[in-house]
Write a protein that binds this ligand. Structure first.
Ligand code: NAD
Length: 211
């Protein structure tokens, strides 16, 4: 599919649209207006129209959006028309919880391989996912065509593990550690930080009245 450059904020809303369109589809709904969509997902309709406009004419004036064709469109855009395998490195508290979370339930993504250095973890299966030793990283990622890795190792080894991951040809890292990783520019890193999110939430609660 041709590459469409879109703002990051728009990109972050695409899974939300996709998830809701799936719900509409499952409920037998055939078409929806941007106002209805806006009410349901709590994103204002102007934002929705602008987001959709990056992809050309997805709806018709006065008709709204055709649920099935919009769903198919987002499925392709989000690569959800095919199963994407991802890997997880570091099966401790957080890694273990993620392995047990069934991403595949509402997306076409699954963790198909995990890696660790702890002999207690290695060569076991947790949450249905095999855990390999780190010396299997390159081989497994290649064999399973994995290009995205979730990083849940301790901060002190995060950079070293990121270097190994980079050598294994990975394109994206979902980084749960608090370390800001240094990686070759062709690798995309998304940082997930619950502490940040909580602090931001608390800041907004303290500084702004909800009207
Ligand atoms: N982003 C967030 O919101 C958030 C929340 C909780 C924890 N964290 C971070 O997630 C990471 C994991 O936290 P945790 O509580 O699960 O830690 P943990 O110590 O329970 O687990 C870490 C796992 O990584 C493995 N490991 C250690 N060195 C390794 C290496 N070189 N290669 C592969 N595996 C290795 C360990 O054997 C262990 O199984 C930490 O960096 C923590 O700060 C982030």
């Amino acid at each position: 599919m041709a590459e469409t450059k879109i703002p990051r904020a728009t990109a972050k809303r695409l899974p939300l649209y996709y998830r809701y369109l799936n719900i509409l589809h499952d409920g037998g709904k055939k078409r929806i207006s941007s106002n209805e969509l806006a009410d349901a997902i709590q994103v204002d309709s102007a934002t929705i129209r602008r987001d959709f406009s990056y992809f050309g004419a997805l709806g018709k004036r006065g008709y709204g959006y055709d649920v099935d064709s919009l769903l198919e469109f987002f499925k392709k855009i989000l690569n959800q028309d095919q199963l994407t395998n991802v890997a997880l490195i570091g099966v401790g508290n957080l890694g273990h919880a993620l392995l047990n979370f069934n991403f595949h339930m509402d997306s076409n993504i699954r963790i198909s391989a995990a890696f660790d250095v702890n002999p207690k973890n290695v060569n076991t299966i947790q949450g249905g996912v095999p855990i390999y030793p780190m010396d299997q990283l390159v081989k497994q990622l290649k064999d399973q065509q994995i290009s995205v890795v979730i990083l849940t190792v301790p901060g002190k080894v995060a950079q070293q593990v990121a270097d190994q991951v980079a050598k294994a040809g990975v394109k994206g890292i979902l980084n749960f550690t608090s370390v800001r990783l240094s990686v070759p520019k062709e690798i995309r890193v998304h940082n997930v930080d619950l502490t940040n999110e909580l602090q931001t939430l608390i800041y907004f609660i303290d500084h702004y009245d909800k009207d």
